[in-house]
Write a protein that binds this ligand. Structure first.
Ligand code: GLC
Ligand code: GLC
Length: 814
């Protein structure tokens, strides 16, 4: 069953039934103020860091799902009846419910007893606030007297502490109320210079800021006593649970519409101007008042919303395609690109599945996220690369994560994930290919953020590469360390203690267990680095890198091949992992995809054999499984991978992040049919008709789909924040459609299904717009290109010359 539909024209997903299988969310904000918002207005907001600067409170893993949000209540003051237009939290039988998730905004509303109400929630560009624009229409034939109540619950900033440290937190909450604006100033008296505020454009009949005064003892958000009564009590929170609620009355004639604007924002004051008067404890509001006044004016809200829409139109215009497949078009043109912005911004921190308190930005994850983001806002990609590189350690290794607020490496998780450093090379290379901005390589960047340790970024890349050469194991393959890309293959962990972290517990000295995956990554990164070195005129160096790459390829051929597929690893006993010799876990996806993607086995038939094995042993109708057979019991020497019940997550789940590796690998052996078929199997839009099984949002990728060993085969989990977003975008646009930035220009080398008659694309690249038309005249992948009518040798269209803005490329495929 479907719960909604795509509105392709408006670039919205329209949900028409509120009780979706799981909350279907969207993101508000794309710069520094963010929120997640579900289809029933659940979710929360934060400034930059979902853990340390949480603005509103949310209760995870709740019953029912998804409580805590941006709730509006309407009350019919004649009958006393009240409801919420977003369905939650009162869950009335509303009519004409719709939630339109758009690009950076969400509009939710419904009709109840002839009253239609919709709110548009969005974050204006360059502001640290969100707007809720509520429109209420009286569709009755007689006048209506209504009360509107807004509501949010403040978080006491550090979301982890907020959810755990009640002995302190029940006593620290503080607010001020001035001109109907509610200021949340908890801890402002001491070391914070930031506060939150909640304002309203209507005349406020009253307010509440103490939760219990509003909901009433032993009640919930579904039945607040103050809404039932139709009157707030002007409570001023001191300790306990500060909230923000306004009461506005609306008198609406038949068919009359009125609107109310609510603003929820975050604001910082200069340290020396915190208080007004200076010797008081009163928040200085002079700096924030102009902002509040500006956005309570509907004309400014209109223009901020227009600007947001134009901003997204501009970002998406970078790459637009018109293929015979609707689901490809939808994902590439809108949703996949949009999801890449979310993963770029938030890494794996805040979603319905990521609590926002656990993880900062991952080194490996954020570098990979660039693959799907760099073309949208290259300057932000540049900044991210420099931030990431500054957390690199002098050894070339990297902190596995860093905190976005401090930009410092996260000591709790530490380092020694031996794949990490190479992803920096991959990220930088993607940036160079997209932009041609070679100056980034000369940027001085410190190690471990230590002042004085700065070296050009290029030197960081060299150390990344060297890191593996300094850590080779008994077969000459890279030592795995704590884990490689697969966080759950913990070959040095040997944890037998409940609750220990698999990723940071290390009981072995790590001198034996090796990773074939890192070998493949090393080959790929090494080739990129050689390409970079060569273009910097460092020919000898480039040759040395290529020699190391060739040596590693040799080692993989010797010790990394199992006969019909690539091995995955060697464990601490020097035994094979991912081999036909193993009782379980005989074949893994990672090395099949990544070895071939890196070019290993293309010349000796191993690539085709490995991919044939993937198709035979791992591919299902719901995507490609991570490994088979699933581990049926816990293996001390393998770690977390065997901790999951069969079919879930890394234990034989369909881990969507690595499916695109196989898609790319298929293009490398010229199999466009299979590449696109795999693409379609996990494409969320294509899975929309099976929403009851899939359960997650049909407009974004999920990290995982349950594998065939699970009773729920086909069910998705952990949507939104996953490397799946960038990799799928990269696989479809750059390898299947084949529009691929390279050091020399825009390479165009499609490997598309035989049945496609062709496709069209526009791609902005280095200042020009490329209008690309691909026409199939035969069934193969042989290419002939004409650029502005002139035949081109090869497939790389040179970057635009000075003043050139439009470039037409015609490709015939036969
Ligand atoms: C998660 C992690 C990512 C890791 C993957 C596989 O998605 O964020 O870093 O590579 O799991 O374990
Ligand atoms: C767990 C998950 C894995 C994720 C890791 C992050 O191991 O299975 O997907 O990468 O946690 O810490």
């Amino acid at each position: 069953m479907k719960y909604g539909h795509f509105d392709d024209e408006k670039r919205e997903y329209v949900i028409t039934q509120p009780d979706t299988p799981l909350p279907w969310i969207n993101y508000l904000g794309c710069q520094s103020y963010f929120g997640i918002i579900s289809n029933t207005a659940g979710g929360y907001s934060f400034y930059r860091d979902a853990r340390l600067r949480r603005v509103t409170r949310y209760r995870y893993n709740n019953v029912p799902y998804d409580l805590g949000g941006r709730y509006i209540y309407l009350r019919d003051d004649e009958s006393g009846e009240f409801w919420s237009p977003s369905w939650q939290p009162t869950r009335h039988n509303v009519e004409d419910y719709t939630c339109r998730h758009g690009l950076g905004y969400t509009v939710i509303g419904s009709r109840y007893n002839g009253i239609e109400a919709r709110s548009n929630y969005f974050v204006p560009l360059d502001e640290d606030l969100e707007i809720w624009r509520l429109t209420v229409t009286n569709q009755r034939s007689h006048p209506a007297s209504l009360s509107v109540f807004s509501s949010i619950e403040f978080c006491l900033w550090d979301a982890n502490d907020d959810a755990t440290n009640f002995q302190r937190n029940f006593s620290v909450g503080q607010v001020e109320i001035e001109d109907g604006v509610i200021y949340h100033k908890t801890e402002y008296r001491e070391r914070r210079n930031h506060f939150a505020y909640f304002a309203c454009s209507g005349h406020t009949e009253g307010f509440d800021t103490q939760r219990e005064a509003f909901v009433g003892p032993y009640r919930g958000w579904d039945k607040p006593v103050a809404v039932e009564r139709g009157r707030l009590s002007n409570s001023v929170a001191h300790g306990w649970a500060p909230i923000g609620v306004h009461h506005v009355k609306l008198e609406l004639g038949p068919q009359e519409t009125q609107e109310v604007i609510f603003l929820l924002g975050y604001h910082e004051n200069p340290q020396e101007q915190k208080f007004d008067p200076p010797d008081s404890q009163t928040v200085n509001k002079k700096t924030v008042k102009p902002i509040i006044a500006k956005y309570l004016d509907p004309a400014n809200v209109d223009s901020a919303f227009d600007r947001l829409r134009r901003y997204w139109d501009g970002l998406l215009a970078v790459c637009q395609v018109e293929t015979p497949d609707l689901h490809t078009n939808r994902m590439v043109n809108v949703w996949n690109a949009y999801q890449c912005m979310a993963t770029f911004n938030l890494s794996r921190s805040a979603s319905f599945y990521e609590s926002g308190i656990g993880r900062g930005l991952g080194f490996r994850d954020s570098n990979q996220d660039l693959l799907g983001f760099v073309q949208m806002v290259p300057v932000r990609a540049r900044g991210r690369i420099l931030d990431l590189a500054a957390t690199q350690l002098p050894t070339g290794g990297a902190y596995h994560q860093y905190q976005p607020l401090t930009k410092r490496g996260n000591n709790d998780v530490g380092s020694n994930f031996n794949d990490d450093p190479h992803w920096l090379i991959i990220g930088v290379s993607a940036y160079l290919k997209e932009t041609g901005d070679w100056s980034i390589l000369d940027e001085p960047v410190p190690y471990d953020n230590a002042p004085g340790s700065e070296q050009p970024l290029y030197e960081h890349l060299r150390r990344s590469f060297q890191y593996t050469l300094d850590r080779l194991g008994p077969h000459g393959l890279p030592l795995i360390g704590r884990a490689d890309w697969n966080d759950c293959l913990n070959l040095n962990c040997f944890s037998d203690t409940p609750g220990q972290s698999f990723q940071t517990t290390t009981n072995k000295d790590g001198k034996v267990a090796e990773s074939v995956f890192i070998a493949a990554l090393f080959v790929l990164a090494g080739r990129e680095l050689a390409g970079i070195a060569r273009r910097r005129g460092r020919i000898d160096e480039a040759q040395r890198y290529l020699a190391e790459v060739a040596k590693m390829e040799d080692t993989v051929r010797k010790y990394g091949w199992d006969g019909e597929w690539f091995l995955r690893a060697y464990d601490d006993f020097g035994r094979k992992v991912g081999s036909n010799e193993c009782a379980e876990g005989k074949i893994f996806i990672e090395t099949q995809g990544f070895c071939v993607l890196a070019g290993i086995g293309l010349d000796d038939g191993r690539a085709e054999t490995a991919l044939q094995s993937v198709s035979k042993h791992l591919a299902t109708e719901h995507g490609i499984i991570l490994q088979q057979p699933a581990y049926s019991k816990y293996y001390l020497e393998l770690g977390e991978i065997s901790s999951y019940p069969p079919g879930y997550k890394e234990n034989a789940g369909i881990f969507c992040h690595n499916n695109p590796w196989v898609m790319i690998a298929e293009t490398r052996v010229g199999n466009g049919d299979r590449a696109h078929d795999y693409y379609a199997r996990i494409n969320p839009s294509a899975r929309e008709p099976i929403s009851d099984l899939h359960r997650c949002e049909p407009y974004v990728y999920a990290q995982m789909i349950a594998g065939r060993d699970a009773p729920t085969h086909g069910e998705a989990k952990n949507s939104w924040l996953t490397g799946t977003a960038a990799w799928n975008y990269y696989a479809i646009t750059q390898w299947i459609l084949g529009i691929r930035p390279s050091f020399e220009g825009l390479e165009i080398r499609p490997v598309v299904p035989k049945g496609w008659r062709g496709f069209k694309a526009t791609r902005m690249f280095r200042g020009a717009t490329y209008h690309i038309t691909v026409t199939r005249v035969g069934e193969g992948n042989q290419l002939a290109l004409r650029v502005n009518g002139v035949p081109l040798e090869g497939a790389v269209v040179p970057p635009p010359v000075e003043g050139q803005r439009e470039i037409t490329v015609n490709v015939t495929l036969k």
